[in-house]
Structure formats: structure tokens, C-alpha cells
Design a protein around this ligand. Structure first.
Ligand code: TRP
Length: 362
């Protein structure tokens, strides 16, 4: 392949950051220009890191009037692990989280990978447009391989950026709200869209089959775990959306702080304290410096009390809604069936266009 991609992380981040600001302005003017696809692997329950980092942003964008697709990426679960675990339960748990935080199924299409054969079939032509060298260089693939402690790379782990491109392109999404770690994937999707167009051409003034999807970087910083390190279920430092108020209080009691009773917001020098201040700020809609000033000499105890109370208050309606949803499995399967049927209709249409471009309609 002639234009084998070399991903340059810094250039890509700078470009995407600048472009994200322009896109936000455009969304205010004309949300109908955009279609969003985003998603999560159903590997465990969502926590406040997801909530403040990505979920609330999705609700905001869907509420702004953008046609939004949210993928429960069940097939992607097997990229770096041997089995699927209690997948059914996890898919429904993710769905409950989505609905509880305010994604409205009348506005947002929520669907599962494994239910959309035509999406998965796009893998085949797309795989022919990617080189093994560029996939091996993909920083996210590398990072995931490193995380699996010597596990050999499976064919699916190597090619999952191609699968992810199919996720984005099957519905012709032109906007993908992502964290910076996902930028290489987006670059790959853009390259595949372009190569498909170059290889299979089109009638003179027809539009390409696939748009060039762009990243929308979310502005809010990362929420760390209660010990000040990266939030991760296996470290027990997360607060899941499904936890009770008591469980939340107990966990925050064990959070790491420091000996200085005067509370400040100083992420570089006091990461643990500042992270708690930030959580309280997000939960109360204030700025972190104002939260720290308000606490003054309240010490770690005062800080934890504020985090507990404000977070529990903030999460209470979501938790109540989640409990209602858990009691109504028939509604949940209906939401998923509707989402899958809408996604599938679009996937069938796109695959048709692809096969037409490839002259494979018989
Ligand atoms: N990789 C994402 C995650 O691990 C999930 C995902 C799958 C996704 N396909 C996607 C995200 C397409 C954005 C676009 O959570």
C-alpha cells in the first residue's frame, strides 16, 4: 500500500484539539450536520470516571440534537481476553447505566455488535485495505498487548482497529467523541474510508461511500481513583454508578489524603487531595479552586464528607432510575431490540453501497 500511515501522536493531538473547538461551535449552529458513534466494551460496571469523562458528554451531545449511536461492543470483549465472562449480565448492566444517566432511547440508538452481521462483514473489505505493519505500530494495540502480560497477540487484537473502523463507518458517523488514547483508531478509520474510495472509485460527482470521521476530544480532565492512581475496577479504587450511598461513603472514607489540613487544589503536588476536590467540584457544578477555598482548614475528614455528600446527592436520581430499570427487564430488552433493528437497517444499506462499489451485486 502506498500511503502506509505513520501515526504521529503529538501532531494528531494538536490537530484534534484545535479541530474539536471548531466542531463544538458548529454543533451549536447546526447539530443536524453530525452523526455520532461511540461505545464501550461490556467488561464491567461503569464508574464515575466514565460518568464525568465521557458519559455526560454523550448526553450533552445527544441533547444538543445530534443523531447519536452508542455501541455496546460485545465482540470487542474478546480482543484481549480468553472468554466473554458473564456477558449478558454485563450488556444489560451497561444498558441500565446508559439509560440511568440520561441517554434517551428515543434519541439515541443503543445496539450490540453481535446483532449486526452487516457491520461485521465490512471487516472483510476493510482488512484488505490495512497493512499488518501499520496495525502492529498502532499505539493502542501495542498498549493493550503490553497489558496482557506476555499473552500472544491474537488476530483479532491486531485487527481490532479495523473492526472499530467498521463500527464507526457502517452508520457513516462523522463524529466520534473520544479520549486521546483512541486517536490512533480514528486515524485508522479515516485512512480506511479514504482508501476504500481510492480503490473502488465512484461515479464522477457521487459522494464517497464513507465520510471522514473526526474526533471530538472531551474537555474534562481525567478523574483518578480514590488512591490517586488511574481508576480501575481491579484496584478497588472506583465508585460504580450502581453502588449504594453507603458503599460510596465507605469507599471514600478509605480514600488517600495527606497530612496538611489546609485544602488546596494543586494537582501537580497534591494529586490525591486535588482529585477528591475535583470530584466534589464535578458533583456540585463548581470550580475546584472554589471548592478548595470553601473547605479551608477542614482537613481530609471535611473533604471526604463533602465528596461523599455531594456525590451521593448527585448520583441519587441516577441510582433510583437504575433500580427502576433493573426491575423491568422486558423494557430493557425492548430498548435493545429497537436499537439493534435501527442499526441493522442502516448497516444493510451501507453494505449494499459497498457491494455496489465493489461490483459484487449479483
Ligand atoms: N474501544 C472502545 C472501548 O474500549 C469501545 C469501542 C468499540 C468504540 N468501537 C468503538 C469507541 C468505536 C468509539 C468508536 O471502550
Amino acid at each position: 500500500m502506498t500511503d502506509d500511515t505513520q501515526f504521529d501522536p503529538e501532531a494528531s493531538l494538536a490537530r484534534s484539539t484545535a479541530r474539536s473547538l471548531e466542531i463544538e461551535a458548529q454543533i451549536e449552529k447546526d447539530p443536524g450536520e453530525f452523526r455520532i458513534l461511540t461505545g464501550d466494551r461490556p467488561t464491567g460496571n461503569l464508574h464515575i470516571g466514565h460518568l464525568f469523562g465521557s458519559l455526560e458528554n454523550r448526553v450533552r451531545l445527544a441533547d444538543a440534537g445530534i443523531d447519536t449511536f452508542v455501541l455496546i461492543a460485545d465482540y470487542q470483549v474478546i480482543t484481549d481476553r480468553d472468554g466473554v465472562g458473564p456477558i449478558r449480565e454485563r450488556v444489560y448492566s451497561l444498558l441500565m447505566d446508559y439509560l440511568a444517566i440520561g441517554l434517551d432511547p428515543d434519541q439515541v440508538t443503543i445496539f450490540t455488535h453481535s446483532s449486526i452481521p452487516e457491520l461485521n462483514q465490512l471487516m472483510l473489505p476493510f482488512l484488505s485495505l490495512a497493512t499488518d505493519a501499520e496495525l502492529r505500530r498502532n499505539p493502542t494495540v501495542k498498549a493493550e498487548l503490553d497489558d496482557t502480560q506476555g499473552r500472544p497477540m491474537s488476530g483479532l487484537l491486531l485487527t481490532y482497529p479495523v473492526h472499530q473502523a467498521a463500527d464507526i463507518l457502517f452508520c457513516k458517523a462523522n463524529l466520534v467523541p473520544v479520549g486521546r488514547d483512541q486517536l490512533p483508531h480514528l486515524e485508522q478509520a479515516r485512512v480506511l474510508a479514504r482508501r476504500f474510495d481510492e480503490r473502488y472509485g465512484r461515479a464522477d460527482d457521487a459522494a464517497p461511500v464513507f465520510p471522514q470521521p473526526e474526533a471530538l476530544l472531551s474537555g474534562s480532565g481525567t478523574v483518578l481513583g480514590l488512591d490517586g492512581t488511574k481508576m480501575s475496577k481491579s484496584k478497588g479504587n472506583t465508585i460504580e454508578l450502581g453502588f449504594t450511598a453507603d458503599e460510596t461513603a465507605k469507599l471514600i472514607k478509605r480514600a488517600v489524603t495527606d497530612a496538611d489540613r489546609h485544602i488546596t487544589y494543586d494537582p501537580a503536588n497534591r494529586p490525591e487531595v486535588s482529585n477528591l476536590v475535583n470530584i466534589a467540584a464535578l458533583a456540585t457544578g463548581q470550580n475546584p479552586v472554589a471548592v478548595a477555598d470553601g473547605l479551608g482548614d477542614a482537613g481530609g475528614g471535611g473533604l471526604k464528607k463533602l465528596v461523599t455528600d455531594s456525590l451521593n446527592e448527585y448520583l441519587a436520581p441516577m441510582r433510583a432510575r437504575r433500580a427502576e430499570l433493573a426491575a423491568d427487564p422486558a423494557y430493557l430488552s425492548q430498548v435493545l431490540a429497537d436499537g439493534n433493528s435501527r442499526a441493522r437497517e442502516i448497516a444493510v444499506q451501507t453494505l449494499d453501497e459497498v457491494r455496489t462499489a465493489m461490483q459484487m451485486v449479483y
